[in-house]
Design a protein. Structure first.
Length: 158
């Protein structure tokens, strides 16, 4: 029988014993947001095996001299990394599915490709196999006639 590591099955006293901590320490970690257990009806805390493993990691970091705020930040960053890794896997699978679908389709002879222009990010339509042309980067200065320039003003003062 396989138990879901995220299933909230342990009451606070059992989780504290498994993590080798006092139940009041678990309550403090919950208040500080370091380890957040699920809540059962009646607001009782329920800990999962994953929560117990996190409590053991908190204890290890604490014994190494990391402050509680530092531990909270470390745990927060670890959760963010795990979420980002899951998102990368999800997006990779989605990309593979779309790529496989696109490769299985026969190419259309008059299909167009859209690309971002090299300057300014404007969208341009291209024929298949064509690359966007680079635009000139020359700067043009325009002055309306009759408007004095700095050069002409300094010449008049002399």
């Amino acid at each position: 029988m396989i138990i879901d590591p995220y299933a909230p099955i342990f009451v606070i006293s059992v989780a504290a014993e498994l993590a080798d901590m006092h139940p009041q320490t678990l309550r403090q970690y919950d208040r500080l947001g370091i380890v957040k257990p699920n809540r059962a009806p009646g607001r009782a805390r329920r800990y999962s095996q994953h929560d117990v493993n996190m409590l053991r990691e908190v204890q290890r970091l604490s014994q190494e001299g990391v402050s509680l705020e530092g531990i909270r930040r470390i745990m927060e960053l670890q959760n963010q990394v795990a979420a980002l890794r899951a998102k990368v896997v999800e997006l990779s699978e989605s990309l593979e599915a779309v790529t496989a679908e696109m490769e299985s389709r026969p190419p259309r002879p008059n299909s167009r490709v859209f690309a971002a222009g090299l300057l300014g990010g404007d969208i341009v339509a291209l024929a298949r196999g064509q690359r966007p042309r680079p635009r000139s980067q020359a700067m043009v200065v325009w002055r309306p006639q009759g408007v004095p320039t700095k050069k002409s003003i300094t010449a008049k003062k002399r």
